[in-house]
Ligand binder design. Sequence first.
Ligand SMILES: Nc1ncnc2c1ncn2[C@@H]1O[C@H](COP(=O)(O)OP(=O)(O)OP(=O)(O)O)[C@@H](O)[C@H]1O
Ligand SMILES: [Mg+2]
Length: 298
Amino acid sequence: MAKSYQDIAGDGGSNIVAQVTDQVARLRQRIEQVRHIIVVLSGKGGVGKSVITANIAYLLANRGHRVGAMDVDFSGPSLAKMLGVHGQQLKMTSDGVLPASGNLGLKVMSLDLLLPGDESPVTWKGPADSTAIWQGTMETTVLRELLSDTDWGELDYLLLDLPSGTERLPAIAQLFPELSGAIVVTIPSEISYFVVKKSVTLVKELGMTVLGLVENMAGYHCQHCGTIGELFGATHRGDETARSLEIPFLGQIPFDSRLGECTDSGKPFILKYPDSAATISLKGIAEKIETFMEEAEK
Ligand SMILES: Nc1ncnc2c1ncn2[C@@H]1O[C@H](COP(=O)(O)OP(=O)(O)OP(=O)(O)O)[C@@H](O)[C@H]1O
Ligand SMILES: [Mg+2]
């Protein structure tokens, strides 16, 4: 089932315009069956976007919703592993590719589910001087193809886990005019504040709704005494950041090594540690998202 993403050689008589139009039409049809599409982004790398996507997906599924999660990070895909479906064989039907099936009925799609072997990096076979621009174009093509080929069926929520940076955002906004909103993730450091500020500006400029800001690694959960201690260098609190950017604040999640360990190894942290401070925060965030979406549908 390996699929290699290569340059479409010239037009080659393949009528690319018609192919793309057809893909976009298929994508629209699929998306019609999805009630809410939410992107999780930051601009800043390594702040916990994927951890938050994975655990919010579990929480929404645990509340009875039909949930899909898609990894839009092609260079460093991690969502399939975090949702415990890494290595699953995807099934093809006459209507496209069925996403992998995870805990709590989650449906998961990631490019690394289509690649052979753990070590295979995603390589883009383009012109010899493969520039960043070329890579961006290829990634947008693959994203459109993957989305139009994936048979999600009916979903209440589709969560898109974005890579760091903001390069994917314009393509996402174009592919999903019906996008419900963006969750922006930050950590309480000056650099994160600096980068996230720019991302929020771009999200607004693209006309996306900002559902709110999540502050991750807000304090440190001590496993011995159960308290949340302050992290050294935490200068920019999430609530203050949200206020200064005039966006809602969704909540703060402490650094909890069990959350990192569980998620990285594909186990649902929220089920294993339901009473932890991190689960309680994540639950609060999922409930706010749910309420926002229900209000928006009225
Ligand atoms: N609150 C937390 N407590 C403990 N570990 C965490 C927490 N949040 C994230 N981590 C860990 O930090 C690492 C980075 O998290 P993650 O991969 O979700 O970040 P990311 O923003 O998606 O990164 P990238 O920009 O590379 O996509 C992971 O190993 C993850 O398990
Ligand atoms: Mg990530």
